[in-house]
Design a protein around this ligand. Structure first.
Ligand code: HEM
Length: 547
């Protein structure tokens, strides 16, 4: 144990399971296949959908055409009905009733995943503090430390995303990239590692590998390869409580962070002795150290355990959606130029506004020459930076990103377990222990909620409608909603938009190597990348270096 942190008994509990929930978007729905409920005491007024002759469940019908099947169920049986799918007895909740699931603490996303995978023990074993399942420490860490500082983090996020694109993709004349996700993994891992642990830690390749690899190790544990194995949950509970593959990642983080923290402490003490203010590093690790009285981590390993949970919920989800965004650009090339134009216009506007401000300051005598702006907030070198403010103005890119989530999400997802009996507003009763699943089709593919042509991909459908890609609500649920809505969505959307902006500004064309996989690309599930790679063509040749 490295005693860099002071022990604090006033520890807050953590719902480590809940923070694993984002993985539920893909991994846990795969893991739905792993367990069968033993009892299912239905309210008799909830209709059971009859299983098609010759089938033993509704899986085949869902596979054949999930939209068609669900529309038929909704029309014939109403918004709430029981299905046998994914090796489960599921109660499907549709339309406005969905709100009641997200707003009622009796429905738990975290409990659903634990029931399906037995992952709770596994996650808890990497933590020493905050082991209470109903705590929200990771939620609070993100809410208090990441979201409010997003504008400050943006330059380093952009720097890392740009750097990896330049190094690994660079100038392309029809360059074939078989596995674009590999490049995106590095982009997102470097960006997140810089924000979470600072540049000194993030420059170590072993740390980046941990940022990438940890979700895969976690995925193996929670189910992809174990689906249909009835012993899986039991095995997780017994085996992984002791032999935890996440431990090696904690060691990587503690080994990398330890010396950096020692050095920072030394610099801080030196600055104090010299009576100067220490230039406090801006990253989550430093903020956790500075606020350890509040967070109460036991030691460095414990703090790294919490950082690991943060990595688990953030890196793979953002990597997957950023990769998917590239495929959407490939499948809908007609939107490439409008997105690029928007970017040029926004950056041009900001440049002009900053120039106007500089002129005003010169006229007022506050600055006496243009050179004086160098190194200040109005330094002309930063006029066209992809700042948080610039990204906010790129409303077409925002709508494009939101439309991808709407279009892509699996129709039955975000399951919740009833922790106790619940009576819904229509009088229907959900029994304790019942698994409910959200019918996203009834919201994301509904004309009432989405406007015209909900079956079409229309990326600018949200323009001028006050429906930002971060706005969690009944009509848009990739991040859940209510008290447990994903607090990392502001960072995730910012990164996604930046990836989009980098792609359309650098590349005039992105194509699929094998367009026959188009549908797979558009509707791919998290953790299940499209088998076709991508071909990139640059806008212009790189500028020749001056002699
Ligand atoms: C595209 C990327 C992401 C997606 C699709 C996503 C999705 C989700 C979903 C569906 C939930 C569950 C919401 C609910 O219970 O209703 C969730 C929870 C959570 N997410 Fe995200 N997420 C993403 C990125 C991130 C990032 C980047 C972070 C951190 C920086 C993060 C941190 C969390 C945390 C801490 C929770 C638990 C919230 C709670 O239980 O109170 N997520 N996310």
């Amino acid at each position: 144990m490295i005693g860099l942190l002071s022990a604090n008994s006033a520890s807050m509990p953590i719902d480590a399971l809940k923070v694993a929930v984002p993985l539920g978007i893909g991994l846990a729905s795969a893991a739905l296949l792993t367990i069968k409920m033993t009892s299912n005491p239905y309210d008799k007024s909830i209709p059971n959908i009859p299983v098609r002759k010759g089938d033993s469940s509704h899986d085949k019908e869902l596979d054949e055409n999930q939209d068609e099947f669900l529309i038929r169920c909704e029309q014939e049986y109403g918004p709430i009905f029981n299905l046998k799918a994914l090796n489960q007895d599921l109660t499907v909740i549709s339309g406005p009733m969905v709100r009641e699931v997200f707003m009622n603490e009796a429905f738990s996303f975290g409990d659903a995943i634990d029931t399906l995978t037995g992952v709770r023990v596994f996650l808890m074993s990497v933590l020493k503090s905050h082991k209470d399942i109903d705590s929200r420490i990771t939620h609070d860490l993100v809410r208090d430390n990441i979201s409010p500082n997003l504008p400050l983090f943006t330059p380093r996020i952009v720097e890392q995303l740009e750097r990896v694109v330049n190094e690994q993709l660079g100038y392309c004349e029809g360059k074939v990239v078989e596995k674009p996700i590999k490049i995106v993994q590095d982009m997102i891992a470097y960006a997140m590692a810089n924000v979470f642990m600072g540049p000194e830690v993030a420059q170590q390749r072993i740390v980046i590998d941990t940022f990438i690899q940890v979700t895969y190790d976690f995925g193996i544990v929670i189910g992809r390869d174990n689906r249909k194995n009835p012993w899986h949950v039991w095995k997780n509970k017994t085996k992984y409580g002791v032999l935890n593959p996440l431990q090696k990642h904690i060691k990587v983080l503690t080994d990398a962070a330890g010396p950096v923290i020692e050095e920072r402490r030394r610099q801080e003490a030196e600055a104090y002795e010299n009576g100067v203010e220490w230039d406090r590093p801006l990253d989550i690790m430093q903020r956790l150290l500075d606020n350890n009285d509040k967070y109460g981590f036991i030691d460095l390993e414990d703090m790294c355990g919490h950082l690991l949970i943060l990595i688990l919920v953030s890196v793979h989800t953002t990597t997957d959606t950023s990769t998917n965004l590239m495929y959407y650009l490939a499948c809908f090339p007609e939107y490439h130029e409008p997105l690029f134009q928007e970017q040029q216009e926004v950056l041009g506007q900001i440049e002009a506004e900053r120039e106007e401000l500089r002129q005003k300051k010169l006229q007022s005598g506050e600055f006496s020459s243009a050179e004086e702006f160098v190194g200040t907030e109005l330094d002309p070198a930063h006029d066209r930076d992809l700042s948080a403010a610039a990204m906010k103005r790129m409303v077409k890119m925002d709508s494009f990103v939101r439309e991808i989530f709407r279009y892509r999400m699996t129709r039955l997802d975000l399951m919740h377990l009833a922790r106790k009996p619940v009576t819904l507003s229509n009088g229907m009763r959900i029994a304790k222990g019942q698994m409910v699943v959200i019918n996203l089709r009834s919201l994301h593919q509904s004309q009432e909620y989405q406007g015209e042509d909900p079956a079409e991909f229309r990326p600018f459908r949200f323009l001028g409608k006050a429906k930002a890609a971060t706005k969690a609500a009944t009509d848009y649920l990739p991040f859940g909603m209510g008290r447990h809505a994903c607090p990392g969505r502001f960072l995730a959307i910012q990164e996604l938009k930046t990836v989009g902006v980098l792609m359309v500004s650098r590349y005039s064309k992105i194509e699929m190597i094998d367009p026959s996989h188009r549908n797979r690309a558009l509707l791919s599930r998290i953790g299940d990348p499209c088998p076709s790679g991508l071909i990139f063509t640059s806008r212009s040749a790189p500028a020749k270096k001056e002699a």
